[in-house]
Design a protein. Structure first.
Length: 159
């Protein structure tokens, strides 16, 4: 029996490392979500004293922020589900050993399900990054333009 448990512990090490990786990803995602929420609050406060032109620009930014919040929230939810499925893999490994049952099919299904959910989470995370990148606006006078074929860069003309 002790060698069987030792083998189960060895089998459980890979899912535990995967769980640690998902935890690190969740940390990154929740930090991004916090920054998105902070930006939402800041833009919302700007709306009170806006001119019509600024108001329209801020409302458009709030729409993009809303898309980001939805996507990052889904990524966090799916990552958490993936972590829970990995926990079930570990519990099933130990429970199967203690009960003397063959749980290889259950473990396989849970692991594949966790990978599928994790892939979906990463797709949503990539979608959030894509929205954030598309909505990034840099003042035109800060952008440099290519002025010669030699690679010299000079500031772009101000509008």
């Amino acid at each position: 029996m002790p060698t069987d448990i030792a083998q189960i512990i060895q089998l459980a090490i890979a899912p535990v490392f995967l769980l640690a990786g998902i935890g690190a990803m969740l940390n990154v995602m929740t930090n991004r979500l916090a920054r998105v929420v902070d930006r939402w609050r800041a833009v919302e406060n700007l709306l009170a004293g806006d001119s019509a032109e600024d108001r329209q620009r801020h409302v458009m930014e709030l729409a993009a922020i809303d898309k980001r919040m939805v996507r990052i929230n889904r990524a966090v939810t799916l990552s958490t589900l993936a972590a829970l499925l990995i926990c079930l893999v570990i519990v099933t490994l130990f429970g199967g050993e203690l009960a003397g049952m063959d749980v290889s099919t259950v473990v396989s299904v849970l692991f594949v399900a966790s990978m599928g959910v994790l892939i979906a989470a990463l797709v949503y995370f990539l979608g959030e990054i894509s929205v954030a990148t598309r909505t990034l606006r840099v003042a035109p006078h800060l952008i440099t333009s290519e002025t010669s074929r030699r690679g010299k860069r000079q500031p772009a003309a101000r509008p």
